[in-house]
Design a binder for this molecule. Structure first.
Ligand SMILES: Cc1cc2nc3c(=O)[nH]c(=O)nc-3n(C[C@H](O)[C@H](O)[C@H](O)COP(=O)(O)O)c2cc1C
Ligand SMILES: [Mn+2]
Length: 451
């Protein structure tokens, strides 16, 4: 069994010099978030003195960190994500776990128990940002696992602003139609597989815990909650148990989004937490919201995996898909293809945009391009893209509410096909790269350390 807690990654980063400890007192109100923002892409930061529990932040700020968190080599991340989609592994129940070492069930005051940061000047209160919310479909009993930020409303009260197309929102609506509340559990301080799995775009009714098992390569261990009919990762740092009341709407006011701007989405769903369990020496996990690496990558890595699987089913020439960080891990994709047929790049663009509502700029390149390197993508555009024929502009497409420039929820979508064309392949034309003879190049590559 692998370590299914968040602590394995913290230990790994400690060993590689990528963990920065802050011992001075740090205020969760604005100060903690400012440190994480200024150290975005740097070492993970462990705040040892926040007044309540220690706080870990900036854990998953690069694709390499995701691989470290999953205990795999950096170049295995895509393959592991695809495997998690094609070979899910069901979770197992265990009798007990450290997530329930300590139990609080009276007079819950979340602000007193947890160091929940207030992030940005115009946001209206402290937000739990790394809370993985577990709920069951009131109709089918199927489980759902996803993240939504929770604003503290005082005592055990919380508010969640959930997008209307997310499964968690649909479950709350189903509960409302029956005049019920929706039981929830919130796991905070999770293994990389749990966080990443919570972001996969699946079907309603698919249990993210199964794909989390696929990411782990073994069943995720769960324990029964104390006060609700739900199961949570046994190795979580902290668990909140309670319910959403979909009839209880609370105005949210300005809130940050992944694009780095404030938005005003209107009312969110109120809820209450009645029980808090945690490890004896729990560490609170905070994910810096806004246009920040961890927030963007969590979505981007997961969306890229589901999109790659969907495209490869239809077009075997598709090799890799990357949702770029500059595109906020949501809005821009790069697809690499092996010798696409005439027009096949355009078909991939259309499929990608049909599959992921958020996408509005899709670039297609040949598979000799390293799609993780923005310089190579720009090279492909300069070398292989003809603006008159290879540019697709599709106006007035339904947009996601999150898009920073939507007009009445529509947006112009753009595709760019920067691939070599069939028939371009004559020797010495502009499609053949200048290189030394292959046998010499291979020998020098093998012996490069000797030069
Ligand atoms: C750090 C972080 C915070 C997020 N906060 C929210 C949120 O407040 N509201 C929301 O609707 N989605 C939020 N998301 C996105 C959802 O978790 C994500 O789209 C998920 O796939 C939805 O899954 P579901 O459809 O199974 O509910 C957040 C994602 C991350 C990584
Ligand atoms: Mn879901």
């Amino acid at each position: 069994m692998t370590d299914q807690s968040m602590r394995g990654l913290i230990a790994t980063l400690g060993a590689t010099g990528e963990l920065h400890r802050v011992s001075r007192k740090v205020d969760p109100k604005f100060e903690l978030g400012a440190v994480l923002a200024l150290r975005d892409r740097g070492p993970a930061v462990l705040f040892e003195n926040t007044g309540t529990l220690p706080v870990i932040g900036n854990l998953l700020v690069s694709r390499k960190r995701f691989a470290d968190g999953l205990g795999i080599a950096g170049d295995q991340l895509d393959a592991r994500c695809l495997q998690a989609l094609t070979h899910p592994i069901k979770p197992v129940m265990v009798a007990s776990g450290p997530a329930q070492d300590v139990v609080h069930s009276d007079n819950i005051d979340l602000a007193r128990l947890l160091p929940v940061p207030t992030w940005f000047e115009r946001e209206t209160g402290p937000y739990i940002t790394a809370g993985v919310i577990i709920a069951k479909d009131p109709e089918t009993g199927c489980r759902n696992v996803s993240i939504a930020r929770l604003r503290l409303e005082g005592g055990g009260r919380v508010m969640a602003g959930i997008a209307k197309n997310h499964h968690l929102y649909l479950l709350a609506e189903k509960a409302k139609a029956r005049g019920h509340k929706l039981q929830i559990a919130v796991a905070i301080g999770n293994h990389t597989a749990v966080l990443l799995g919570s972001q996969l775009y699946l079907g309603l009714g698919d249990d993210e815990y199964d794909n989390i098992g696929g990411l782990l390569g073994e069943p995720l261990q769960l324990v029964k909650c104390r006060t609700v009919d739900l199961e949570v990762p046994a190795q979580a740092e902290i668990v909140l148990e309670g319910e959403f009341d979909p009839a209880d709407l609370i105005e949210e006011g300005p809130v940050s989004e992944f694009h780095g701007f404030y938005v005003n989405y209107g009312a969110g769903i109120g809820g209450s937490i009645r029980c808090v369990t945690h490890r004896r020496d729990a560490i609170y996990q905070a994910i810096l919201p806004g246009y920040a690496s961890e927030h963007c990558l969590l979505g981007g890595v997961a969306i890229g995996a589901t999109l790659c699987q969907a495209l490869q089913r239809m077009i075997p020439a598709v090799k890799r898909v990357l949702i770029t960080e500059g595109g906020m891990g949501r809005l821009h994709a790069v697809i690499s293809m092996h010798k696409p047929k005439l027009g096949e790049g355009k078909r991939a663009v259309l499929l990608a945009m049909g599959q992921v509502n958020l996408l509005k700029l899709v670039t297609v390149v040949d598979d000799d391009i390293d799609i993780e390197n923005p310089r190579e993508i720009e090279w492909a555009l300069a070398a292989r893209f003809r603006g008159d024929e290879d540019l697709m502009v599709i106006e007035g497409v339904k947009a996601d509410r999150c898009d920073p420039v939507h007009d009445e929820l529509t947006v112009t979508k753009i595709g760019m096909i920067a691939t070599t064309r069939p028939g371009d392949g004559e020797p010495l034309t502009r499609s053949e790269l200048v290189l030394a003879p292959k046998e010499i190049l291979d020998r020098v590559r093998n012996e490069i350390d000797q030069y």
